[in-house]
Design a protein around this ligand. Structure first.
Ligand code: PHE
Length: 347
């Protein structure tokens, strides 16, 4: 069976039908995906309508083919141009112009950094990890027994005035120090114990140059047979030299209900190296931490035999340490979260 030859007139009317449908369909495409679908339908190399038309060229009389081919190419170019115009219109970078400028500087990528207080905590954990300490955590909302009672604060004793306590309910306080986690650790684990306890604590203090109502503490606790004050002194002196670089330390007698004897440790001021400056208030020394031998009553309130075991503990404020280390005059600069300031200490 042979097909009847196609007349030139029929072929050109098929061409104009094609153009009449394809051009508005292209202009109506609302996004790149829609445009691609339209392109495939009309201009697709495999099954597009234009492909069908090109096949029909072969059904024309030989004498008509040159004219038909020219008409075919003209329509093809017009539809392809319409397609290209639409593609450009749908490309936002080209429309915006400036965005396509490859010489424009890239926008600087925002990168975060570890907060100077967290840097102190991380370094402490690292130094004490080498000595066999692990990290322990406890809740910030505590019962008064954990925060005070278990730590040998006598009920209603003025010693509690040392800590201006924020009560959440009659029997629930925001912990005023990380020491209640000493009790939780002693209850949960048998000696030998060597833990570091970082965490936030809260006091009803004004927010001024040297106080923040919420601040970080790092507690340390060691309990074993035969622990003495020499262990405390040696370990904390080692820590100070690792943390501050070779330095001098001194221990001053102090008082805490949960340690006996108690001592505060000072390190030589890193800013003036002992000659006296604004950071150390002309004393040449910076107070770093409170410490002492664990009071036997603390061991007993957690069910640890104080005849068999002894221990030592310390508590320090990493924000104060960060201030001393960087010579920062006001603790609010650390806790105000102004990244323009804090970014200077990025490592
Ligand atoms: N808990 C004490 C404070 O907040 C610090 C401390 C901890 C002192 C452990 C001695 C032993 O001031």
């Amino acid at each position: 069976m042979t097909d009847a030859p196609l007349s030139l007139q029929d072929f050109t009317s098929l061409l104009s039908q094609f153009h009449g449908e394809a051009a508005p369909a292209i202009d109506a495409a609302s996004d790149a995906d829609a445009l691609e679908a339209v392109r495939t339908k009309y201009l697709g190399r495999a099954h597009g309508w234009l492909k069908d038309l090109s096949a029909k060229l072969g059904q024309l009389e030989k004498t008509d083919r040159a004219a038909a081919g020219a008409a075919f190419n003209e329509v093809r170019l017009r539809v392809e141009a319409t397609l290209e115009t639409r593609r450009v219109a749908l490309t936002p970078a080209r429309v915006a112009g400036a965005l396509a400028d490859p010489t424009m500087p890239a926008r600087r990528q925002w990168t975060g950094a570890v907060h100077p207080v967290t840097q102190v905590i991380d370094e402490m954990i690292e130094i004490f990890r080498e000595l066999g300490f692990t990290v322990a955590l406890g809740p910030e909302a505590e019962s008064p027994w954990y925060n005070f009672g278990s730590l040998n604060f006598p009920a209603d004793h003025p010693a509690m005035d040392l800590h201006d306590t924020l009560y959440l309910a009659d029997d629930l306080v925001l912990r005023t120090h990380t020491s209640p986690v000493q009790t939780r650790t002693l209850q949960g684990y048998a000696p030998p114990i060597r833990v570091l306890i970082p965490g936030n604590v809260h006091r009803r203090d004004p927010f001024d140059a040297s106080h923040a109502p919420t601040f970080a503490q790092v507690e340390g606790l060691v309990v074993d047979e035969g622990i003495t004050f020499a262990d405390l002194k040696a370990t904390l002196t080692h820590f100070a030299n690792r943390f501050f670089g070779k330095t001098k330390t001194r221990f001053r007698p102090s008082y805490f209900p949960f340690t006996e004897p108690s001592a505060e440790m000072d390190v030589l001021c890193g800013v003036c190296h002992g000659s006296g400056c604004g950071v150390c208030k002309q004393s040449g020394w910076i107070e770093i931490l409170g410490s002492g031998l664990v009071h036997p009553a603390v061991l007993e309130s957690s069910g640890v035999d104080s005849e068999k075991y002894t221990g030592w503990a310390f508590g320090m404020g990493p924000a104060r340490t960060a201030l001393a280390r960087h010579g920062i005059p006001d603790i609010r600069l650390l806790y105000d979260s102004d990244v323009r300031f804090l970014g200077q200490f990025a490592k």
